[in-house]
Design a protein around this ligand. Structure first.
Ligand SMILES: C[S@@+](CC[C@H](N)C(=O)[O-])C[C@H]1O[C@@H](n2cnc3c(N)ncnc32)[C@H](O)[C@@H]1O
Length: 246
């Protein structure tokens, strides 16, 4: 059994990202630089670096947002017909479609789907690679991992890149403090709705140990978890998590 996580309301998340969509790249770049000391493009490149280019790959980017990861996969030479993106916020996806349409004529818009990472609209064993960047904290991680396990082929790989917690967060009061800090930061720098969504999301930020047990329980093996650089000890460090479906 892994840790229990709380499911933030989908409608709250959609509202937040619908408002954020036109400013997304600038805002996320500013936030990653402030908290982790590296920019959004560095983050995307770090993720792409983990995906070896093969002709047979059929890839799904869960919570694809404005499509930065699929765009990077296109640039790496993956077959556009085999690149899929899913996101729950239509405004983010429609921006992804616009950005891709501008840069690539070979993109297949039907591969961009509006849906939930916790209930994937794909058949079993449909993909060789699943990627999920900066989004697991908005979902109930157990459901996401179970769905990834279902739609991955045997030997397929899951790559998650997101903020990670620490076992110290289990000390009573620590998570509450972090929630309050997130609420205050995002209220001052963004807006109340974003502040509320990010404060709630603290419950879904898992430590490397929690990720390890959650993945092992969902039939993943060869699990590697790399803790990346963060600027401050009290800010959740980015984790790059890779695992194969057994
Ligand atoms: C911080 S953005 C990350 C976008 C993209 N992966 C990137 O790296 O730029 C988080 C995204 O997660 C999406 N999201 C949140 N909950 C989701 C869910 N349950 N299913 C699918 N997408 C979700 C949001 O709509 C938003 O586009």
């Amino acid at each position: 059994m892994g840790p229990e996580t709380v499911k933030p309301s989908d409608s709250e998340v959609i509202e937040v990202f619908t408002e954020l969509a036109p400013r997304y790249a600038q805002v996320v770049n500013k936030e990653l630089k402030r908290f982790w000391g590296w920019g959004y493009q560095d983050f995307i490149e770090r993720v792409l670096h983990c995906i070896p280019a093969t002709h047979e790959a059929i890839l799904l980017d869960i919570a694809t947002g404005t499509g930065s990861i699929p765009l990077g996969l296109l640039e790496k030479g993956f077959d556009p017909r085999n690149i899929h993106g899913l996101d729950i916020t239509y405004a983010m996806l429609s921006l992804a479609k616009r950005i891709m349409g501008k840069n690539y004529t070979g993109i297949h818009p039907p591969n961009l789907v509006c849906g939930s990472g916790m209930m994937l609209p794909y058949r079993d064993a449909a993909f060789t690679n699943i990627i999920c960047g900066l989004a697991t904290h908005h979902m109930q991680v157990r459901d996401l991992v179970a769905e990834c396990s279902r739609v991955l082929q045997e030997g397929g790989t899951l790559l998650v890149a997101d903020a990670g917690g620490s076992l110290y967060w289990k000390i009573p009061g620590v998570k509450l403090l972090l929630r309050v800090a997130a609420y205050i930061y995002f209220s001052l720098n963004e807006n109340r709705k974003r502040a509320w969504a990010e404060a709630k999301a603290v419950s879904n930020v898992l430590s490397p140990e929690e990720w390890g047990s959650m993945l092992a329980g969902a039939h993943f093996h060869r699990i590697t978890i790399e803790k990346m650089k963060s600027r401050f000890f009290f800010v959740p460090s980015p984790l790059i998590i890779q695992a194969s479906k057994a």
